[in-house]
Design a protein. Structure first.
Length: 167
C-alpha cells in the first residue's frame, strides 16, 4: 500500500470514529423526567413533541417542526420518542431521524418504566394517540394538541398571541 493511500485510509478511519462519537444522544425518559423538562424550560415557551419510529404522521410533524425551526430560530423544541431506549438498532434509528432533521438538542426516548406509567406522568388524559404535542407559553401554561403538525398549525400554536388556556 502506498504511503498516500495509507494516509487517506487512516484519515478516513479517524473521521468515521469521530462521527460515531458525535452521534446525538437520547436521554432516557423516566417517571420524573417530565418534571425535569418543565424545570429546565421554566420561563421559556417551548413545544414537547411525542413521536414514534412507526408513526408516519409523526415523521411529517417532526419534519414540519424542523422546517419551522429553520424559519424561526426562537422555536424551542423538545422531542420525546415513545419507543423504548435500549435496543441498538432502534436507538440508532431514533438518533438518525432526529439528526437528519437537526432536532437533537433536547431529545428524549422512553426509558425502563412501563409506557403507560410514562404517558400518565405527562398527561393522565392522554391515551397514546400520536402525534401528540404540548405547547407551553413562558408562564408554563400548557395546551395539548393531537394531530399532524403543519407549518400553519405550528405558527398558530407557537404564536405568543395564542396564549393557551390552562387544561
Amino acid at each position: 500500500m502506498s504511503r498516500k493511500l495509507l494516509c487517506i485510509v487512516l484519515a478516513l478511519c479517524g473521521w468515521m470514529s469521530g462521527a460515531a462519537r458525535a452521534q446525538p444522544s437520547l436521554a432516557p425518559f423516566e417517571a420524573d423526567s417530565y418534571a425535569r423538562i418543565l424545570a429546565q424550560q421554566k420561563g421559556k415557551p417551548f413545544v414537547l413533541i411525542l413521536w414514534s419510529l412507526d408513526c408516519v404522521y409523526c415523521q411529517a410533524s417532526l419534519k414540519a417542526l424542523a422546517q419551522e425551526k429553520r424559519r424561526n430560530k426562537g422555536l424551542n423544541i423538545v422531542t420525546l420518542a415513545t419507543d423504548a431506549l435500549g435496543e441498538a438498532q432502534s436507538d440508532a434509528l431514533m438518533r438518525g431521524r432526529l439528526g437528519a432533521l437537526g432536532l437533537t438538542a433536547q431529545a428524549w426516548a422512553f426509558g425502563a418504566a412501563s409506557p403507560e406509567q410514562l404517558r400518565y406522568s405527562i398527561d393522565p388524559k392522554w391515551h397514546g394517540e400520536m402525534p401528540r404535542s404540548y405547547w407551553f407559553d413562558a408562564r408554563g401554561v400548557r395546551l395539548a394538541y393531537s394531530g399532524v403538525l403543519s407549518g400553519e398549525v405550528i405558527r398558530r400554536l407557537a404564536a405568543p398571541a395564542a396564549s393557551p388556556s390552562p387544561e
